[in-house]
Design a protein around this ligand. Structure first.
Ligand code: HSE
Length: 419
């Protein structure tokens, strides 16, 4: 069968889609019987599109031309961001077009509106590329695990930040690592979405909605890695941990503990071996127990592969589903219990450490291990690993410790994820 498609945006992923269609269309048709025809391309910068070998005749700067074209079956939205992506998607759906998108921001914020419109207009919205690049995690949760109850999802879901953390472990600076990730086409147009954890948050919200069939809000507790310092990465390594920007979504007694931020993971856990731009999703199901999916989470061709497969899927399959019938309470993040890594830069004089241990004790925080790094300087790092403590007690203790004259720099605190 013939499937006429229109591409909106020829940036990193869009150019990958064009390349895959050029190289693999014959293979796709032989395998699936679907012949994909690129009928229109919407791009403001024609020279960019022409460099990809796109015929000028099919180029337009006006997305409305795509929407009003009765022959187009599928609109591929690859411009990213909230707007005008949302408007284009909604208008295309109302015009009866199926949608394929790699846009996690738009699905996280406007997913409800988009899927309602899709149901009303009897079209499909596929978004496999929005989470985990080429890892088929959306299909896995919607289909492969349809008969299980998912209890927890842990994910390394942002290629850029995982790449930065891996490079920093090798001694490259934060800013050089970010620059390299941008050059390699991993980062968002606005890289603050990567480094501040928002991209990871969007992705875990999308996976959690599918896994728990509940309308999880977009604004979950999120922390980034922009303030993370190289020494903490090194101390973590010495102590047998790795720092990962981890998305966590654990359902216990119908209460969801969901967050995104840097945590320390034991070096022997498989998630700790996920490096560079690689993503991984570690699922725990009631019946299936642990499963880990691992693959390229960012980059032109891996992500574009998921987009093109979603196009084929539209031709081959029935409607997807995105239904919410569960009411889930979100866990108050202050009430999360965990072990913590704390690091203080202390003036090396009698009584400095005692003041800190007193504040920790007063806040009901028990110390598991403490090391003062031997350095011939006036200000020295002191690293503490706590026993399980309440997040709110740690936050309060840190606030008090930060005010001490003997403490220089902002203290660092990271949760240790013991899985
Ligand atoms: N900026 C994203 C990342 C791209 O680094 O993972 C893939 O969603």
């Amino acid at each position: 069968m013939n499937l006429n498609i229109a591409l909106i945006g020829t940036g990193t992923i869009g150019s990958g889609v064009v390349e895959i269609l050029k190289n693999n269309s014959e293979l796709i048709e032989k395998r699936t019987g679907v012949s994909i025809i690129l009928k229109k391309v919407c791009e403001l910068d024609f020279s960019k599109a022409k460099k990809l070998g796109i015929d000028e005749e099919i180029l337009t700067k006006d997305y409305k031309e795509v929407i009003s074209d009765k022959d187009i079956d599928v609109v591929i939205e690859l411009i990213g961001g909230y707007e005008p992506a949302r408007t284009i998607i909604i208008e295309a759906i109302k015009a009866g077009k199926n949608i394929v998108t790699a846009n996690k921001a738009v699905i996280a914020r406007y997913g409800d509106e988009i899927f309602k419109a899709a149901a009303e207009n009897n079209v499909n919205v596929n978004f496999e590329a929005a989470v985990g690049g080429c890892i088929p995690i959306i299909k896995a949760i919607k289909e492969s695990y349809a008969s299980d109850k998912i209890k927890a999802i842990y994910g390394i879901l942002n290629g850029t930040t995982n790449f930065i953390l891996s490079m920093m472990e090798e001694g490259m600076s934060y800013s050089d690592s970010l620059k390299k990730a941008q050059e390699l086409g991993f980062a968002e147009a606005d890289p603050s979405f990567d480094v501040e954890g928002k991209d990871t948050a969007h992705k875990i919200v999308i996976l959690s909605r599918l896994a728990y069939n509940s309308m999880i809000p977009e604004n979950i507790e999120t922390t980034g890695i922009s303030e993370l310092k190289m020494p903490d990465i090194m101390y973590a390594k010495e102590l047998g941990y790795k720092i990962k920007l981890l998305a966590i979504s654990k359902l216990e007694n119908n209460e969801l503990d969901i967050r995104a931020g840097p945590v320390m993971v034991p070096i022997e856990h498989s998630i700790a071996s996920v490096n560079n731009e690689i993503n991984a999703v570690y699922l725990i199901g009631e019946q299936t127990k642990e499963t880990m999916l691992y693959g390229r989470g960012a980059g032109k061709l891996p992500t574009a592969t998921a987009v093109v497969s979603d196009i084929v899927d539209i031709a081959k399959r029935n409607k997807g589903y995105y239904t919410f019938f569960n009411e889930i309470k979100l866990k108050d993040q202050d009430e999360v219990m965990a072990r913590f890594y704390l690091k203080f830069m202390l003036i090396d004089k009698p009584g400095s450490l005692a003041k800190i241990t007193k504040i920790l004790g007063d806040n009901n925080i028990s110390i598991n291990a403490a090391v003062q790094k031997e350095e011939d300087k006036d200000v020295v790092p002191v690293v503490v690993i706590t026993h399980k403590s309440l997040n709110k007690n740690i936050k309060k203790a840190i606030e008090e410790i930060e005010k001490l004259d003997s403490v220089k720099e902002k203290p660092v605190y990271l949760m240790i994820e013991d899985f």
